[in-house]
Design a protein around this ligand. Sequence first.
Ligand code: STL
Length: 356
Amino acid sequence: MPNLNFSDRKFIKVFFSCFLMGRFKLAFRNAVDLITENELRKLLLDKKQPVAYYGIAPTGPVHIGYFATLGKIFDFMEAGIKTKILIADIHAALDDLKTPWGDIGKKAEYYKKCIELSFPWKTKPEFILGSDYQLGNDYMLDVLELSSMATITRAKRAASEVTRMKDPKVSELIYPVMQALDEQYLDVDIQLGGIDQRHIMAFAREYLPKLGYRPRIELMMPLMVGLKGLGVKMSASIPESCIKVHDSESVIKKKIGNAYCPEGSVKGNPIAQICKFIIFVVDGKLKLERPIKFGGDAEFKDYEEFEKAYLAKKIHPLDLKNAVSSALVRILKKPREYFEKHKKELEKFNDERFLN
Ligand code: STL
């Protein structure tokens, strides 16, 4: 290490911060909230390879609503942030038995498979199974210690947007306690999740320091609007609102064909959101194929360019739907073909939402 004086060091720091502005921008793009911006800027400046995690409870069928947050892992990889994917199998049962205890193992396997096959990962993401560490003595003692600090009212508020919370089970209040501890036990700097996780994330920020652990940075992604629009989120419990990663080609085309897609408007428009959060993230572009009389072929290099053209009504919803259908059919090829061959893996859940 050369001997640098104060102004040399300062210059290097400023030089790097300019360079790293791009890194912050990439880490934050498409996100809706961040606690806190200063902490993330500092982390990117101070640490060469920060670590983040995204936790998913393996409950219903995997659908493209997960892609908004999964796509962020893509950005993170590019920004030099290592990302772990937590398959929170125990949480899936804690949430009012959305997955029965006896099924959490096979459900976790199914989620891992779907996530692995759905994205053209440049480097394979690291998967961690909740039950592999959450039953350890230290973790469990921390669960009990945190439970002795947080009131029921506080835990209820934390869980309110995530677990079912209909005459809640005790386990639904343990859920946020464990999610907070996951940040510590996975040894991460950042937790990544949908905006519906924000009360749990705030809970984690508040309670980890009470156990002597540092609060983590929380980055929140939007929830994709369902295919029927009207601000109703994409959810596996409303089959026509979402596209499963193993839906057949004809089902994908039918669902996109029936989707809400007002001409000249991207507000609450699920098709525009699929472009923004999936197609531009995975492909880095959007291609439109049209007969010459309808404007001919077109290619957009980023979402902003596409949005401008769509708002100016230079793209007809039908042409857009065709382009989005073919892109999704291509992007979901691997999971579709895998589960066509291994139909039994879907049938064993005894839940018709997993089938076509
Ligand atoms: C869901 C749907 C979803 C994400 C989650 C749950 C997240 C669960 C979770 C569990 C433990 C953690 C972090 C996140 O440490 O999209 O029902």
